[in-house]
Every structure is written in C-alpha cells, then in structure tokens.
Design a protein around this ligand. Structure first.
Ligand code: G3I
Length: 347
C-alpha cells in the first residue's frame, strides 16, 4: 500500500517539489510523488525572490505549473512562503537611495506581495506558510529587516493581509528548532496575540530538520502539546533526519560558515549497519510520536524526495553525502519506508 493510503485517516503526508519535478523533466520523481504523497510544497519557487524579483514584476510560471500539478493530482497544496527574511529580494526594504523604507512603505509592499500571490491561488493553495523563521531559539525576535522597520507588528499584519486575500486558506507560522522551550513560549504568545486580535492562524509549522540525537522525543512532544493547547494544529513541515555528525553538536548556535572537514563527511559509500539502524529507529520514534498525536497533527511533509536531492548534502558544509530521506539515490524506497507504513497500521 502507498504512504498516502496508509496515512489517509491520520494526516496529510507531503513532499517538496524542485524545478526539475515541476517542469516534468524528472519523471522518476514524479511517479513516486503521484503515487505516495497527498500534499506538496514548492521547495523554492514560491519564495519572494522568485515570485517578485523586482517591485511589481511578478514571475508566476513555475508556481503556476506547481499548482496545476497539485490540482490535477488532487493534492493538498501548500504555499511556501510569504514573509521570510531569507531569499527575499533586496528592493523590498530600501528606497531609491538605498535607505530603509518607512514602516508605511514596507506595509504597502508586504500587502501588495501577499495579496497578489494569495489571491492568484485563492481556493487552490490550501495552506500558506505566512511567516517563516521570525523567532530565535532564546525566544527573542530575529533582527530581520521586517522586524527592524515594523517591529513585532509585521507578523499580525502578514496574517491579516493573507486572511483578507483568501479567507478559506489555512494560515501557518513556520519555524525550525521550534521545540526550544523559549521559542515555544514566544510562538504560542504570537498565536494568542493573533487570536485576541481576531486574526486567524490555523497552525504552526514545525520544520523538523533534526539530527540523530537532538532534540529528544520528549522535548519534541512537549512542544507539540504546547502548540496544540494554544489552539492551533501542528504541521510537521520539513522533516528530514540527517545521518551525519552535526558540526554544531547539540548547540543551536548556527555559525554562518562551517568549513569542510573530512571527519564531517564519514559515509561517502553508504551508512554502516549500526548507523543505519540508529537512523531508522530515529525515524520510527518520530513517526510514532506523530501518530500518537494524530489528532493534533494536520500534515507531515518530508523536505525532499531522494537523498541526492536533499539540501542537507550542502548544509552547513557543501559537498557532504547525507542520507536524510525515505528514498535512496537510485529512487528506491529504503527499508524504513515499509516500516513506517507498518507502524501506521499499528497506532
Ligand atoms: O537556482 C540556482 C541555480 O541557477 C544555480 O546554478 C545554483 C548554484 O548554487 O543555485 C541555485 O539556487 C539554489 C536554490 O536552492 C535552488 O536549488 C540556491 O543557491 C540555494 O541557496 C537554495 O537553497 C534552498 C534554501 O532553502 C535556501 O535558503 C534549498 O534548496 C531549500 O531546500 C531550502 O529550504 C529551506 C526552507 O525554505 C525554509 N526552512 C529551511 C529549509 C532548508 O534551508
């Protein structure tokens, strides 16, 4: 049985689409995506630098194809992402002289960006990552340009604009390391703040780019429960489990640059059996947790299809050989694939 069939009464099960997949030049991937997944998200082409590279000049060709593919295959289509400090074009924040724009101008630009995109796909894209990665692990706001110019207000504004453009679409706040207790605290406050203002938020997205050891399943569970108790659904939005040693250990202090080191790329020819089995158990532990909380969870999306396509091979160090996903470099389902399906029938 397929993955989507196995989880159909539980939650949506999703994957990303890159440009080769969207343009139909990677048929092997497309066959797997159609057969196995009930939800899709574009890995890059709906980010602001691609959708609005110059002010007022929108580029929708790739995004249109992506949405058409999802509709044709009756998938739950996710839009990623409207407001993010990264992969955002420089013009967004500056005037003709290169100076920061006023709060009023930035609001207008945000509104125009969000309204144009969300209304184009109204009723077709079913859920939006409205704001991505605005909070740090210590619970403080990221000092992005959005924050610098508008303060905390940029978050409610973004949700308000999105809600106005498509009142039916689900709206999410999405972030990584969203299990850090201080981060959970701020994000649940954001949820409550939006709700008290009468602005809709339907879910938080926990990206779930996790490693072999951190976070613990308990830490993760506490966060899922806290978000659910704050009155929103939980989406596991970017799941991948790196099998490689983390250059950061268990610390969240993500350095800007980590240099390549052979020790950080130990499994070029495949995972040794003990590492493989530890990695499989890690996947099973997470899926067991998601199934236990299936009432709280709306969707689990894998961030990529095959290991060769994963961003993890190039982050935080370029040129590594990682094994974070369910399909191998030959597009073959790994043994974990059937184990996850089996688990779904047991819980
Ligand atoms: O398209 C160009 C190509 O023309 C050029 O030849 C090539 C050379 O490097 O770069 C290509 O662009 C790359 C793009 O992915 C498409 O492949 C960018 O350099 C690269 O930076 C970009 O990486 C993406 C990353 O976001 C950017 O921040 C990853 O694919 C994508 O998986 C990743 O996804 C993010 C989520 O959106 C948010 N959460 C974290 C997650 C992982 O970083």
């Amino acid at each position: 049985i397929s993955l989507k069939k196995a989880f159909q009464d539980k939650f949506y099960i999703g994957t990303t689409m890159n440009l080769e997949q969207i343009h139909g030049t990677d048929q092997k991937s497309i066959d797997i995506i159609k057969k196995q997944f009930s939800s899709i998200v574009a890995e890059n082409c709906m980010k602001s630098m691609y959708l609005q590279p110059q002010e007022g000049k929108f580029f929708f060709d790739d995004a249109d194809k992506f949405v058409e593919f999802g509709e044709k295959n009756e998938m739950f289509i996710i839009g990623h992402t409207l407001i993010w400090h990264s992969q955002v074009p420089d013009w967004f924040f500056v005037d003709k002289n290169g100076k920061n724009v006023s709060p009023e101008v930035l609001k207008q630009r945000m509104k125009n960006h969000i309204t144009t995109i969300v209304s184009r796909y109204k009723g077709r894209v079913k859920g939006w990552d409205v704001v991505n990665e605005a909070i740090m692990e210590d619970g403080s706001y990221r000092k992005s340009k959005f924050y610098e110019i508008l303060g905390e207000e940029f978050i409610p504004l973004a949700f308000k604009y999105a809600q106005e453009a498509d009142p039916e679409a689900e709206l999410y706040y999405n972030d990584y390391n969203e299990w850090y207790p201080e981060k959970v605290k701020t994000v649940t406050q954001i949820v409550q703040n939006l709700k008290s203002k009468g602005i809709r938020i339907d879910g938080v997205g926990m990206q779930a780019h996790v490693g072999m050891d951190s976070p613990s399943i308990n830490e993760y569970e506490e966060a899922i429960v806290a978000y659910s108790e704050s009155g929103v659904k939980v989406n596991i939005t970017e799941l991948d489990i790196s099998a490689l040693p983390s250059p950061w250990g268990t610390s969240a202090n993500i350095a800007d640059k980590v240099e390549y080191d052979e020790k950080m790329n130990p499994y070029k020819k495949g995972l040794p059996a003990d590492v493989q089995s530890k990695w499989e158990n890690r996947y099973l532990d997470f899926f067991q947790l998601f199934l236990k909380h299936k009432k709280d969870i709306r969707r689990v999306t894998l961030w990529g299809l095959t290991d060769s396509q994963s961003w993890k091979n190039d982050f935080p160090i370029k040129g590594r050989t990682d094994y974070p996903l369910l399909f191998d470099r030959q597009y073959k389902a790994k043994p974990i694939f059937e184990k996850i399906i089996k688990l779904s029938t047991e819980i």
